[in-house]
Design a protein around this ligand. Structure first.
Ligand SMILES: [Zn+2]
Ligand SMILES: [Zn+2]
Length: 117
């Protein structure tokens, strides 16, 4: 389901989500699947850094949100330069940005050809 669809009963959790809001269960599921394939995301170093980043920058920092001055709750921490391209920057603070889940997927889909593939 597109995260941009209007609010209606969610087939996954049976709740309703606001427009543009991803289902928290779907997010958790997707993250777990992603982590399985990417042991990096299960590392203590990453989890600690990620938690620190979200605490310090709780709002989405994607281009759209920044350009429009939006305050959207961030759920993910993204690498500005991907780990594939810059593995040595994987734990570098200045290479991190907080992201709302839908915005993160959108960027990932454009750059990497699809989330979790
Ligand atoms: Zn849901
Ligand atoms: Zn955003």
């Amino acid at each position: 389901m597109s995260p941009w669809a209007p609010a209606r009963a969610c087939p996954r959790c049976r709740g309703t989500h606001r427009r543009g809001e991803a289902c928290p269960q779907a997010v958790a599921h997707e993250r777990a699947r992603h982590a399985e394939k990417n042991p990096f995301f299960n590392s203590d170093a990453w989890k600690a850094l990620r938690a620190r980043k979200l605490a310090r920058c709780p709002w989405c920092e994607c281009e759209d949100c920044r350009a429009q001055g939006l305050r959207v709750q961030a759920t993910d921490v993204d690498h500005i330069v991907s780990r594939e391209r810059a593995p040595h920057l994987a734990l570098t603070w200045s290479n991190l940005r907080s992201m709302a889940h839908g915005h993160h997927s959108r960027k990932t889909a454009i750059e990497d050809g699809g989330f979790g593939r």
